[in-house]
Design a protein around this ligand. Structure first.
Ligand SMILES: NC(=O)c1ccc[n+]([C@@H]2O[C@H](COP(=O)([O-])OP(=O)(O)OC[C@H]3O[C@@H](n4cnc5c(N)ncnc54)[C@H](OP(=O)(O)O)[C@@H]3O)[C@@H](O)[C@H]2O)c1
Length: 246
């Protein structure tokens, strides 16, 4: 029960890693608010008692508004901010477009940074920020350059933000998943494509399978908890050894 009497806001908490984290934080006593874009998912989670607010993290004003509303619903303060929302997509240097670049960076980098700025007045001193990065920022997967650049930029920004928030004793850490079995790689894909992608991804992970949302979420909870009280500015890879064992 590491989060008893703690308040948690998850940006991108309606599916995958964020939803798993929402359930785990609550199971350990936390009071959880979350955001996302899918109204159906938000409604379902609101029905389970979560404070669920619609906001696209690429829309800075809407996210600022949602963060303020979440803070109010959580009693006026946020102990843990989990900046998890992210969008994927592939495009090589030859075929990338400005629209694709702006869409990915608008959410994964710009949106994430302005969301953290918006949360500053609501964050409790002594609290924690956890940001979802990706091993994609570290490895050279052809076609992944736009996404990789956004996540690498986010890691660089996270380290600076961590230094800036030292006077408030707010720790800032990143959790970087490897291939994780969530909807992110299944959208717009046929069942055959999903099966082939899963097999391919499992083959590149030394442990021999994709991770689960819960496995990544558990690392986020650790970084957000007092167990990680002397850990600041790290990027924790939860990737079945994808980087470490290569
Ligand atoms: N799965 C992997 O293999 C993998 C690997 C490395 C890194 N990651 C990162 O892990 C994070 C979570 O991804 P996931 O795999 O759990 O994917 P997911 O199942 O697609 O979940 C993504 C979550 O983020 C939300 N979201 C996406 N775009 C948003 C936006 N513009 N504004 C607000 N919320 C938004 C989604 O909610 P709505 O759909 O309701 O908007 C959903 O709750 C992302 O940052 C992703 O880049 C994933």
């Amino acid at each position: 029960m590491r989060f008893t009497n703690k308040t948690i806001l998850i940006l991108g908490g309606t599916a995958g890693i964020g939803e798993a984290a929402a359930r785990l934080f609550r199971a350990e006593g936390g009071k959880v608010a979350l955001t996302g874009r899918s109204q159906a998912a938000l409604d379902a989670l609101a029905g389970e008692g979560f404070t669920a607010l619609k906001a696209d993290m690429g829309d800075i004003a809407a996210t600022r508004d949602a963060i303020a509303k979440a803070a109010a619903a959580l009693g006026g303060r946020i102990d843990v901010l989990f900046v998890n929302a992210g969008v994927g997509g592939f495009g090589t240097l030859a075929d990338m477009t400005e629209e694709f670049w702006d869409q990915v960076h608008g959410v994964n980098l710009k949106g994430a940074c302005f969301a953290m700025q918006s949360a500053l007045p609501h964050l409790n001193d002594g609290g924690a920020i956890v940001i979802t990065g990706s091993i994609g920022s570290m490895i050279a997967v052809p076609g992944n350059g736009v996404y990789a650049a956004a996540k690498a930029g986010l890691r660089a920004a996270a380290r600076v933000i961590g230094a800036e928030l030292l006077p408030r004793k707010i720790r800032v850490n990143m959790v970087s998943p490897g291939p994780t079995d969530t909807e992110i790689f299944k959208r717009d894909a046929s069942p055959e494509e999903i099966a082939a992608f899963r097999e391919m991804l499992s083959g590149v992970v030394p442990i021999g399978r994709m991770g689960t949302s819960e496995e990544v979420a558990r690392a986020a909870l650790f970084l957000a908890s007092d167990e990680a009280s002397f850990i600041n500015g790290i990027d924790l890879f939860v990737d079945g050894g994808s980087i470490e064992l290569k």
